[in-house]
Design a protein. Structure first.
Length: 120
């Protein structure tokens, strides 16, 4: 099953758009659904089995405030580089990918925690 992260992006004028990320692919949209639709159109047949879990963006024990802040900072830098036709420096790109992976792992841990609570 393909894990997809959808991240809100605050623009310069306060307009929020969304970035969907999975398996090294990215898309953006005006809504989370638009970003998801744009990303799923890029997925292969093998990657097309997806599950989407919507969660609040508040820090928690799975993905803390410092991680959220750094992810937001790196996403802003990534967008700025993209808009200039550049790439993030390799170290920052690796950090961004690690944080996206950590957020995906946190989502899985939250889902497992929720499933455990629903069994009670």
């Amino acid at each position: 099953m393909t894990k997809i992260a959808i991240l809100p992006i605050s623009g310069d004028q306060g307009i929020v758009t969304y970035c969907a990320v999975a398996n090294g692919k990215r898309s953006q949209g005006a809504t989370a659904g638009a970003a998801l639709d744009a990303l799923t159109s890029q997925l292969t047949e093998e990657e097309s089995g997806t599950m989407v879990i919507v969660q609040s963006r508040r820090p928690d024990r799975f993905f803390n405030a410092a991680q959220q802040d750094r992810l937001a900072e790196l996403m802003e830098r990534w967008r700025s580089c993209r808009d200039q036709g550049k790439s993030l420096p390799a170290e920052e790109q690796a950090e961004l990918e690690a944080l996206v992976d950590a957020e995906l792992d946190a989502s899985a841990a939250r889902a497992a925690d929720l499933a455990d609570k629903l069994k009670r």
